[in-house]
Design a protein around this ligand. Structure first.
Ligand code: CAA
Length: 380
């Protein structure tokens, strides 16, 4: 068993940390307050190779392992979770999905642009009436010979207005249940593709979340991913990988909140000494560290399993659950440690607390992770 990082892992972690401090930190409060998408910063992330880290170098990807990816995700998320979710969706759900299941032509046409940031991707599963219960897709893609005719509405789409290529999950045959679901690559300039208004969110306010409506969109036949009826299995497998990315995001948010709390606890004095030397605060810091370290180990284990091509369904659900719950607890404590300062914008921890909340919701709520974990325990 090996707990250390290779020199390459350390370099990637350092590069992500430096980028986050130099390029993301300066405007992060303003982007959060005004809901401004980090366009320039995402472009630079693409140039630096942070948007297609695990994808095949043949298609512009970094060819890196998942450990590298989670290390970078943690560093970016410490500073700017909105930029991190763009990175997570593009890397885990879109690039990894196409790399693993796309055909040669799809990889050449789409993946090579997505890995470099020339185009951003989105993953469209959720619907107004199909969130956690993902088999209940109402969006339909009817086979018309040369093309599929796509109709329906998707909700809560990260990168909704910025993505050029959208991976859309839709029913091609409702009578077949989840075996009649397929996944398609849909370009955003097709006729009938309409982006709804931007959502005003509690946190991750700089990320770009929209509903997307399809009215008689003609999707080329060759844009279906995998064999007919593969779409639900595709979505589930992609999400199992994606959950490792979101777990790393939650970890970064929690670590960012702890780092700020330690600094504040050393500087802020009350009753004659820095508050960190009062047991009430010291024990909070210790508890935060314990939860964070436990989350990190679970994430690294899930990432390692993925790199070993082992089943990640169980491990990624555990990692995502633990890291998201930890992020919520740790950021709440961070606000408490900061007292009144914690409740105002400039000290960042209230933003981190708002960001933490979403990690318990997207890419499968904490309750969905509990379903996945408990079903695995109970299956024969
Ligand atoms: N890999 C492969 N196949 C899988 C699988 C996996 N990880 N999980 C389930 N399946 C297969 C099952 O084997 C089964 O196939 P068969 O019938 O052929 O045996 C089929 O899928 C249905 O499985 P279930 O009966 O277990 O399905 P269910 O309806 O009970 O739901 C669920 C399972 C785990 C709850 C699933 O619906 C789920 O994950 N829901 C949450 C959806 C989600 O995460 N949404 C997030 C939206 S995306 C997002 O947030 C992105 C963003 O922008 C940040």
């Amino acid at each position: 068993m090996e707990f250390g990082f290779t020199e390459e892992h350390q370099m990637i972690k350092d590069a992500a940390r430096d980028f986050a401090k130099q390029e993301l930190l300066p405007g992060v409060l303003e982007r959060d307050e005004k809901g401004i998408f980090p366009t320039e910063q995402i472009k630079k992330m693409g140039e630096l190779g942070f948007l297609g880290m695990m994808a095949d170098p043949k298609y512009g990807g970094g060819g890196m392992d998942t450990i590298s990816y989670v290390l970078a995700m943690e560093e970016i998320s410490k500073i700017d979770a909105s930029a991190a979710v763009v990175m997570s969706v593009n890397n885990s759900l879109v690039c990894w999905g196409l790399d693993k299941f796309g055909n040669e032509a799809q990889k050449e046409k789409y993946l090579s642009k997505l890995t470099t940031g020339e185009a951003i991707g989105a993953f469209l599963l959720s619907e107004p009436e199909a969130g956690s219960d993902a088999t209940k897709q109402r969006t339909t893609a009817i086979d018309k010979g040369d093309y599929y005719l796509l109709n329906g509405t998707k909700n809560w789409i990260t990168n909704g207005s910025t993505a050029k290529y959208h991976i859309v999950i839709a029913h091609t045959d409702v009578d077949k249940g989840h075996h009649g679901i397929n996944a398609f690559i849909v370009e955003n300039d097709l006729e009938g593709f309409v982006v709804g208004p931007k959502e005003h969110k509690m946190g991750m306010r700089a990320s770009d979340t929209h509903s997307i409506m399809f009215t008689d969109v003609k999707v080329p036949k060759e844009n279906r991913i995998g064999a007919d009826g593969f779409g639900f299995s595709f979505a589930m497998q992609i999400l199992a990988g994606g959950r490792i990315g979101i777990a790393s995001q939650a970890l970064g948010i929690a670590q960012g909140a702890l780092d700020r709390s330690i600094q504040y606890a050393k500087e802020r004095k009350a009753f004659g000494k820095p508050i960190g030397y009062h047991q009430a605060i010291a024990f909070k810091l210790a508890d935060m560290e314990i939860e964070i370290e436990a989350s990190r180990l679970l994430i690294h284990k899930a990432a390692w399993l993925k790199d070993e091509h082992k089943d990640i369904n169980h491990a990624s659900a555990i990692a995502k659950y633990k890291a998201a719950e930890t992020a919520m607890k740790v950021t709440t404590e961070a606000v408490q440690i900061h007292g009144g300062y914690g409740y105002v914008h400039e000290y960042h921890v209230e933003r981190l607390m708002r960001e933490a909340k979403l990690t318990q919701i997207y890419e499968g709520t904490s309750e969905i992770q509990q379903i996945v974990i408990s079903r695995n325990l109970l299956k024969d």
